[in-house]
Structure formats: C-alpha cells, structure tokens
Design a protein around this ligand. Structure first.
Ligand code: 6R9
Length: 660
C-alpha cells in the first residue's frame, strides 16, 4: 500500500471509447460543452427544459428561480408535485409496473425482489398507517433503520404524505439520535427490532428506547418497529407498534399529497466545524430533478441496467442514489443489508456476479480495504469472479488515490469500464463535479469537470478568481436546483456557513480546497479546509469529538486532528489533557480504551479516535489558540520543523510526539 501514497503527478488519461461516445446520454465533449453553453446563455431556460423533461408536476410552476431572498434560493415556485408519485406511479403509468425496482440481498444472502407495483403497494400501506397515527404533511419523522426494503419504503411513505423524514444512520448512538429527534421535533420514529450486519445482531429498538428516555422528545407519539429478526424487544403500550400490525390492515391505495416545489422533503444531519451537527434541509422539486438527471448524465442509466450503490440510506448517497434517483428514473437496483467483508471480502464481487450488476458505485475506503484483503487471499480477488456484466463504476465520499483508482479500473472494471469519481456533499443533494462516462477523459484521482449548470470555481480568501494551477477554495457561483435550502431551525448559521461575508456573501462555500489543471481545467479536490475530518467517507467534526471527550469527567481539554490512513483515508487522533495526573504505561492504555468507548457511546462507533495521546498541556500560542497544525505533524510522527517561536510551551511537543 505504500506505493499508493507515492503517486503525486498524474499523467495517465483514459479517453472514452467510441462505443461510449455513441451510446451515452452525453456522448462526447462537444455534447458536454453544448450543455454548459446552454446553461451559461440561458440559465433559467436550461433548468426549465430539464424540469419539463424529468418531473411530473401536479400544478405547473410560475417561476424557475426566485433569487429575491438570496441566499435562500427558491426553485420552480408555485409548482406542486409529489416526489413518491414521481418515483412510483410515473413509472407504472409508463408500463414498468412489473419491472423489478429493488433486488434486496440480506446479510445472510437471502434475496427478495420487489416490483414497482409491489413497492407502490408497500409504500401506500405505510403511508396510510402513518395517517392513521395522525402524522400529516409537514410533520417530521425520524427513521433509524437498517438497510431494508422497509427503510426505503418508509422514506417514500413520508414523501407520499408530505411528512419530512430525517434518517439517522444505524451506527449513531442513543445520544446522537436523541439530539436529532429533539432538533427536528419528530412526531414518530421508525426503527427495527435489530439490525443484522456481518452475521451480528445489533439492537436498534433498545437504542431508540434509550434515546427517548433521555428526555426532550415529548413530540414523539409513536415508534413503528420493523420486525427484522423477531428478537424480543420492549414495546410500550400506546406508543410502540409493529410495522406489520400497523400496515397489514391498511389499503394499498394512498393518494399522493401534492406539496409545494420548495416543501422540505427531508432533513439530514451532517458534521460542520462546530460541535452541533447541521440539519441540512432539502426541497422536493429541485432535489428530485437533480437526483433523476444525474442518474441519466453521470450514470448513463438505461432500461436494462442493474444499478448498485453500496451506501447506507443513513447518508446522503443513500438518499439520492438509492431511495430517490434510481426510482425516479425507473431503474432496477440492488439494495444490500450487509458489509463488504462478510462472509468474506469477496462479497461485493460475488453479488455483482450473482445479480449481473451493470453499474457499481462505492467508496474509496471500501476499495482500499478490499485491495488489502485480496492481497492476503486470492480467493476473494475480483479475478476469481465473473464481473463481465459491469459497464460503469463510480466512486464517492472522499478523494480516491490514483493507485486505488488504477486497481479498481483494472481488476474490477477489466479496463473497459469508465470510473466516475463524483465529488459532491450532503448539502449539494447530488453530483457536482464528475466525469461523464461518454465524454470526459478520465484522470485517476481527479473528479474532472463540473456538470452542466454547476458553476464551480476556485477562489482566494476574499472570493477572487484564481488562475488554473493555483490551489484555493472551492465555491459554486450560481445556485442549482438540489442545493441545501437552509439549516433546519437556524437560517443564520446557514448563511454564515455557506455564503460567508468574507467571500462576498454570494458564493456557495463547499468547505473543500481544490486546484484546477492548467491545461484541462480538471478539478482535483485537496480535502477539507475546515475542521472536518473524512473517516471512511464519513464526515466527522473535530469539535464534535472534542466536545464528547471533554464531557468525560476525567478530561480537562482535548484537541482532535486527522492523520492520513491507508484504508480509512483519515484516522482520528485525539490529544487529551486530564484533570488529574497524566497516566503512562498500562494505565494510559486502559484509559485510552475507556475514552475511545466513551466517544463510541456518545456519538457512535465511527467517531472513536484511532489513537489517544495524553499530555500535561496542548501546544498553544501565547493568545491561547491550540496549534492544530503542529498536532497534525505530531500525529503523523513527523519531526517538527515548523516555526514554534509563537508557542507558549514548546516542551510539550516532546511529550505529545510519542504514542502511548
Ligand atoms: C457525497 C458525500 C462531503 C465531503 C466533501 C469532500 C468529500 C466527497 C469526494 C470528496 C474528493 C470526491 N468528498 N466526494 N472528496 N473526491 N469524489 O460524500 O457527502 O458525507 O456530505 O461529504 O466529502 O470533502 O466536502 P458528505
């Protein structure tokens, strides 16, 4: 793996084949350039045309883009639609009722197929069930569920009645769940008795009980429990109901509730640079338009494709490229409950073979861990499987290093499948910068060019354009339909976080650094410029983890930084000052373990620091600011060559430089 980090200057370029150029939704750079031109010359006309081709409105909109209250942009105002009807009835009316929508594969390997007609029935019964509990348009519903047909159907059911869902990833703790239930003011929570991953059962309902018992969740009237394993769980009379009991007596017809184009479809929490996660609010029409369109443009989705996005519905990738995008375009997709390494690290390849997947979309961290696994065991190497059904592959969540890209290209794609390295964010709703498989020359490690209509740019600290070749701040200069609308309950924070005055107040600040290639103009993402880490493709705020650590009664102060990691991209390293004496040896190891588990319990296992070091103090400037750049060097094991003259206490560096 060491060779992977050593490649820095990328000269390899892979041109789209003639076949791809002929058959793709956007075939060739001329077609791409023409679309970009159309967006530049008639911005609103461009989006109006695409909305007409991709969305079914119940009531026509009056205005494409309302900028009167910028940066609170509004799209397709005055229009009404239903997102679930756009994903279900629309396809059934087009003759796809018997087409398989979902191929669900359980952790243990059992396969269930659900057609569009069947899915409509399921969604409608859940929607009617919600209505029978009194849930109505605009109410918030938290979904804390495993990867399942029921999880997707619950999201669609909310959309059907205009309830706003907020999915919380099944790996988050009771505390994190409680925070989100309180912040949204949810009236109902969907969960399962247990979640099954890698052959292990994990409690979900018990965690919901714990979250609700913490208080502050009085708005929750009902907990709807999907029976996944049949394990014994506590059911509180009058509050808790099994999903099958709620839905089996319901009609499978439920008229979709029309909502305004701007009606919030969902709230999804993500980490920012302060301690409190942000509830990213998305719209209905604009969001759905981009979900559908990027399925066509980036993934070139065709009627016979078998699409597979390996994300969890608890993340934005699972929202846009499982629950909404593939269904909006009438695709067949694989939904997977388990993990890539169970029963062995060949699971992904075996599933591609079993279901003849044609489009495969996963994260660099998964690829890197599978490279390691197959280096150790030939049997789980992709070459031991028939992957010839694949025609296109994608990557998302973090930068993909060129060597992992090459391995994916050669060993999984057989050197014939383009890779779309899709840069985007929870806030952007869908892809922003990505190659198009029939047009863009591919460069390993670069997400290449913005999609048509996305005015991405690299600027300096005051918002001035930078020339290609010069690294800077990634921004988007014009609004786009699927952009974040606000932070739930905190419009001021929305403005400050994403449209900062320092940049002039009009540019969308992505939070990443980027550089464009001098010749091609290709973008390469250089990582976050704020205090956000990317661990296995999951965003974690350093402040969030620090707050958790200092909430422990033994901890006086904590600083968290990221360190490059072969498999997870970044690893969390925490520097901790205790209220009592600094422990060493075994006592130190023991306390480090306790604190890791503390954070795991407080936020969730994904937030556990990989390493903890104890010090008598932290390196601070004379004004008391923690010098994180020094801590980053120490975490990497580098000798400090930076200027430390502004440091209050230089001796501390020795102490913090050594692992426990
Ligand atoms: C979709 C998703 C967003 C952050 C983003 C950036 C990083 C995502 C990337 C990428 C380089 C890519 N990121 N895709 N960096 N190349 N193709 O991951 O959303 O969880 O909100 O994370 O992830 O740093 O700002 P989210």
């Amino acid at each position: 793996m060491s060779s992977i980090e050593s490649v820095s200057h990328e000269t390899r370029v892979f041109q789209p084949s003639a076949d791809w150029q002929r058959s793709a939704a956007i075939g060739g750079m001329d077609a791409y350039n023409a679309l970009c031109k159309e967006a530049e010359t008639d911005f609103e006309g461009f989006w109006a045309r695409l909305a007409k081709e991709n969305l079914q409105f119940g009531k026509a909109y009056d205005k494409v883009l309302d900028e009167s209250n910028a940066p609170f942009y509004k799209w397709f105002t005055g229009g009404e639609l239903n997102v679930s009807a756009n994903c279900l009835e629309k396809n059934i009316e087009a003759g796809l009722g018997d087409k398989v929508a979902l191929i669900f594969e359980a952790d243990g390997g059992e396969v269930t197929k659900v057609t569009y007609q069947q899915l409509l029935g399921k969604v409608s019964r859940i929607a009617n069930g919600l209505k029978s509990l009194g849930v109505k348009k605009g109410d918030r519903v938290v979904i804390y569920m495993p990867m399942s047909v029921e999880g997707i159907a619950a999201m669609q059911a909310c959309a059907r009645i205009g309830a706003i869902h907020s999915v919380v990833f099944g790996g988050f703790s009771a505390k994190a769940l409680q925070d989100r239930i309180m912040d949204t003011g949810a009236v109902a929570v969907f969960t399962a008795d247990q979640q099954v991953r890698g052959g292990k059962q994990l409690p979900l309902k018990a965690i919901v009980d714990e979250a609700l018992a913490m208080g502050g969740c009085d708005a929750v009237k009902n907990v709807i429990v999907y029976k996944r394993t049949g394990a014994d769980v506590n059911m509180q009379a009058g509050r808790d109901v099994y999903m099958h009991d709620l839905t089996e007596k319901q009609s499978d017809v439920c008229a979709p509730v029309m909502v305004d184009s701007e009606h919030p479809l969902f709230i999804l929490y993500t980490s920012g640079s302060t301690g409190k996660p942000k509830g990213v609010q998305h719209s209905s029409a604009g969001y759905l338009l981009w979900a559908a369109l990027t399925m066509k443009w980036t993934f070139d989705i065709k009627p016979n494709d078998v699409f597979w996005c390996t994300a969890d519905i608890g993340w934005i990738t699972g929202h846009t490229y499982i629950t909404y995008g593939p269904l909006a375009v009438g695709a067949t997709q694989i939904v997977f409950e388990g993990v890539p390494t169970y029963p062995n690290a060949g699971r992904f390849w075996e599933m591609i073979q079993r279901h003849s997947a044609t489009i495969f979309y996963t994260a660099p961290t998964a690829i890197r861990s599978l490279i390691k696994a197959c280096e150790a065991d030939e049997k789980v190497h992709p070459k031991s499987y028939d992957l010839s059904s694949l025609r296109l592959m994608g990557s998302v969540g973090e930068p993909i290093n060129p060597e992992a890209w090459m391995w994916y290209y050669k060993n999984v794609g057989g050197e014939k499948c383009p890779i779309v390295d899709t840069f985007w964010q929870t806030e952007t709703g869908g892809h922003m910068i990505t190659p198009l498989p029939g047009a863009t020359p591919l460069v390993p490690g670069s997400c290449t060019l913005p999609l048509p209509g996305i005015m991405a740019a690299v600027v300096d600290e005051v918002g001035g354009d930078l020339p290609n070749g010069q690294g800077g701040i990634l921004v988007v200069k014009r609004p786009w339909p699927s952009m974040i609308r606000t932070i739930w309950g905190d419009p001021e924070r929305f403005k400050k976080s994403y449209f900062p005055e320092e940049l002039g107040g009009k540019l969308y600040l992505a939070g990443d650094g980027a550089v464009r290639d001098k010749v091609s103009g290709n973008f390469t993402i250089m990582g976050r410029i704020d205090d956000v880490l990317n661990v296995s493709g999951h965003r974690m705020g350093t402040m969030e983890i620090e707050s958790s650590l200092v909430a422990n009664e033994l901890v006086a102060e904590a600083a968290v930084v990221g360190r490059p990691d072969d498999v997870t991209g970044e690893a969390i390293v925490a520097f901790v000052v205790l209220k009592g004496d600094r422990p060493t040896g075994e006592a130190g190891q023991k306390l480090a373990l306790d604190l890791r588990n503390w954070v795991g319990k407080d936020i969730g296992p994904i937030a556990k620091p990989k390493e903890i070091r104890f010090g008598d103090n932290l390196p601070k400037t004379r004004s008391g600011k923690i010098m994180r750049r020094l801590l980053r060097s120490l975490a990497k094991g580098e000798t400090i060559t930076q200027d430390t003259s502004t440091l209050e206490n230089p001796a501390i560096l020795d102490q913090l430089g050594k692992p426990l």
